[in-house]
Design a protein around this ligand. Sequence first.
Ligand SMILES: [Zn+2]
Length: 153
Amino acid sequence: MMYYTHLAFGLLVSLLSIEFFPIKNKILFIIIATFFSILPDIDESRSKIGRKNKIISKTINFIFGHRGFIHTIYIPIIIFILFNLINTDIAYAALIGYLSHLLGDSLTKAGITPLYPLINKRINGFLKTNSFFEKIIFLALILANLYLIIKYI
Ligand SMILES: [Zn+2]
């Protein structure tokens, strides 16, 4: 899944979250959730976020590989627990953004192993990264985001 599809999906999930949950700082919530929606691809140095942080990205990729441990549900849970010591809204934003990324990747053909190494089961879908169909999904996400943003203003 391309970074912009992850961003659009993270934005949608954060916009829906502020609608249903009593979040105090809504703008901060959206920014953090959207950022965390692309963070997991730090484990791939050719990804958008990886290219901007080459040394960190190459190190993480060397240790964990792409779509390895960084793409499991343990990471967002750990991030949530740590951030929750500081601020609950930020913790939820990070959790929701990160999980949106994992959900997005689980729809792709390559998929992810969300419970690795405890359970080595790959979850994958039909979506080919950067395909025409992904672009259709991206457009649909943009329209849904615009609808929600206009609704808020
Ligand atoms: Zn990913």
